[in-house]
Design a protein around this ligand. Structure first.
Ligand code: ADP
Ligand code: MG
Length: 326
């Protein structure tokens, strides 16, 4: 498997018309192997910024480099063969079968037929569309979610170091979207690509991202982990966009292990227990379901690790926002 690569944006400006900057002086480093989400309202420049990486858009000024090599030094077609690209409208070739669609880039790269076939099988397996069942179908014979999976398989087929994804799940219904998000998270754990993922959906961003770039009118207003973005929004815009200081969202980003546990021996309700790795949103629901403000916590080895109380949980969440307890 190829090593992931870092991406660097250096003072990137794109003005489609003079004086109208769709991307306005963006400098940003994306570490190799990270899943970075570009988040912001429609028209803020996410797609434009994304497309400067594979040169579908040329910047008006500034530069983009991959592992220190300026993308403008590489011929666009060659550059794009090393960069997977997945968009909302999938862009599968309608007259080609699923297997042929997935094999497109390997065949352009001149792989021998046998290696192409093996790769198609592997990729379709990876996105849960077994080749013996789906390989010979045409895109129109698939659901939207299945088409999106084929798009992902195609983008990954030549083992690119970088994956660019532009609202890939935007056209799917809520159930399919959640399922594909989960699958992509699992895939990313396995493949460790450098991923730039565009969305305007805050919950999707919080769920998927190692780090989030919040954009507004072509500029980066904040770059941080999901917890930082929710707990310490840089300004009123970020706060409003992310539902600012939404306690339940914040709890969803913290784990039981982040909270000091009580060891006072006062046993909580039997049956009301939770693991150290669970998030605090799950802890809150467990408390609500059991009608208790105290949960027994089990360590990773299953042994008792202490007691989580409602009060310490809320204190920890408030501490994350930088606010002193009341
Ligand atoms: P987003 O993906 O965040 O919705 P875009 O990058 O698509 O934003 O667009 C940013 C701005 O640039 C918008 O004002 C949009 O109208 C404008 N824009 C995008 N593409 C073009 C283009 N090809 N020609 C002219 N203006 C464009
Ligand atoms: Mg867009």
């Amino acid at each position: 498997m190829s090593a992931p690569r870092g991406i660097r944006f250096d003072r990137v400006v794109k003005a489609y018309q003079p004086g109208q900057q769709a991307v306005d002086d963006v400098s940003l480093a994306v570490e190799p192997g990270r899943f970075v989400v570009l988040l912001g309202p429609s028209g803020c420049g996410k797609t434009t910024l994304l497309k400067t990486v594979n040169r579908l858009v040329e910047p008006t000024s500034g530069s983009i480099s991959i592992d220190g090599v300026d993308v403008s030094a590489t011929e666009p077609v060659a550059l794009r063969r090393g960069i997977g690209y997945v968009i909302q409208q999938v862009g599968l070739f309608p007259h080609m079968t699923v297997a042929q669609n997935v094999a497109v880039v390997p065949s352009l790269n001149g792989w021998p037929l046998q290696r192409q076939e093996a790769r198609v099988h592997e990729m379709l397996e990876l996105v849960h569309l077994p080749a013996h069942e789906f390989g010979a179908r045409f895109p129109r014979e698939l659901s939207g979610g299945q088409q999106q999976r084929v798009g992902l398989a195609r983008a990954l087929a030549a083992d690119p170091n970088i994956l660019l994804m532009d609202e890939p799940f935007g056209a799917l219904d809520a159930i399919e979207r959640t399922r594909l998000q989960g699958e992509l998270i699992a895939l990313q754990r396995q493949l460790r690509k450098t991923v730039l993922f565009v969305t305007h959906d805050v919950d999707e961003a919080l769920r998927m991202a190692d780090a989030i770039v919040v954009m507004r009118t072509g500029r980066v207003v904040q770059y941080g982990t999901p917890l930082e973005i929710i707990a310490r929004p840089a300004d009123a815009f970020v706060s409003e966009l992310t539902g600012g200081h939404d306690l339940v969202r914040l709890l969803g980003l913290m784990r039981v292990a982040d909270v000091p546990l009580a060891h006072d021996g006062e046993g909580p309700d039997p049956g009301a227990a939770i693991g150290l790795q669970a998030d605090l949103r799950a802890a809150l629901s467990a408390m609500l379901a059991a009608g208790t403000a105290r949960l027994a916590v089990r360590g990773d080895d299953g042994a008792a690790a202490g007691t989580l109380t409602f009060e310490t949980m809320i204190q920890a969440a408030r501490a994350a926002t930088g606010k002193a307890p009341p």
